[in-house]
Design a binder for this molecule. Structure first.
Ligand SMILES: Nc1ncnc2c1ncn2[C@@H]1O[C@H](COP(=O)(O)OP(=O)(O)OP(=O)(O)O)[C@@H](O)[C@H]1O
Ligand SMILES: [Mg+2]
Length: 247
């Protein structure tokens, strides 16, 4: 469903992506681990099209998308849940979801205010609100909900575009342990045919959600395998300098 072949990227003298080849099957849930500065976010930026790799290629559902702009990749089913705030504070939870759904279904941007009246959009909004546990907040303004609920809504907005592949960069960053647990459940309840690629620092989340794990270190894939193999890996223990024991 999503594949990279020999991706390479440098910023001047800094080599941030080194010969990265990944292959995600449809419905696979993969977690990318790696220390700060390992090149995880830079890899995502290449996947979504915000950065061009120096060499190598990216394939989505069997097609080479390496040269396609961000919006075209998004229309083909590659969606990213941003860490930075991309929500509309003055709108309700439902309106934010409707806006994302109407853009994705090709309804004109300036018609979005009516979009909640459209059955096609309402169905998506109800469905997504259910998936990410937003029903209790559906009519609340974004400015009135908690940080944790906003993080849920960010995932919801990405889902409302009906993606094939969803990329998430540290979805639990900044939420407390209680909320992080809720997030695990939320991720585990997403549709099984959705392909997930999640950057995560939290080992518990990684082991809880992942079908497969990729570890990046200095821009290079140093591990690619099953969570239970990752747990036993001496190399990974060394990379994480003991934090592994806490997992
Ligand atoms: N636009 C840029 N120009 C120059 N260097 C960059 C740029 N973006 C990232 N880097 C460098 O590339 C390296 C990888 O950064 P990246 O943000 O991808 O790491 P990361 O694995 O996401 O780290 P973290 O866990 O802290 O989020 C770092 O050394 C960073 O300073
Ligand atoms: Mg990062």
């Amino acid at each position: 469903m999503l594949e990279t072949r020999n991706l390479d990227k440098s910023f001047g003298a800094i080599h941030v992506t080194r010969d990265v080849s990944l292959k995600l099957e449809r419905g696979e849930r993969r977690v990318i681990l790696g220390p700060n500065g390992a090149g995880k976010t830079t890899l995502f930026n290449q996947l979504v099209g915000e950065l061009r790799p120096d060499t190598g290629s990216i394939h989505l559902a069997g097609e080479d998308v390496t040269a396609l702009p961000v919006a075209t990749r998004a229309r083909r089913g590659l969606s990213r849940s941003y860490q930075k705030n991309t929500l509309f504070d003055g709108l309700t939870v439902a309106e934010n979801l409707a806006l994302a759904a109407s853009v994705a279904t090709g309804n004109a941007m300036n018609m979005w205010t009516d979009s909640l009246a459209k059955p096609e959009i309402r169905d998506i909004v109800d469905d997504v609100a259910n998936q990410v546990s937003l029903i209790p907040y559906i009519h609340a303004k974004v400015s009135e909900v908690s940080y944790g609920v906003r993080r849920q809504l960010e995932v919801g907005v990405a889902l409302a575009t009906r993606p094939l592949v969803l990329l998430m960069d540290e979805p639990t960053s900044g939420v407390g342990p209680e909320m992080a647990k809720g997030f695990h459940d939320l991720l585990n309840n997403l549709p099984r045919d959705l392909t997930l690629l999640i950057i995560e620092h939290d080992m518990d989340l990684a082991f809880d959600v992942a079908d497969t794990i990729t570890v990046l270190n200095y821009g290079e894939v140093v591990f690619d395998g099953l969570p239970e193999q990752a747990r036993g890996s001496q190399l990974l223990k060394e990379i994480y300098l003991g934090s592994w024991e806490d997992a």
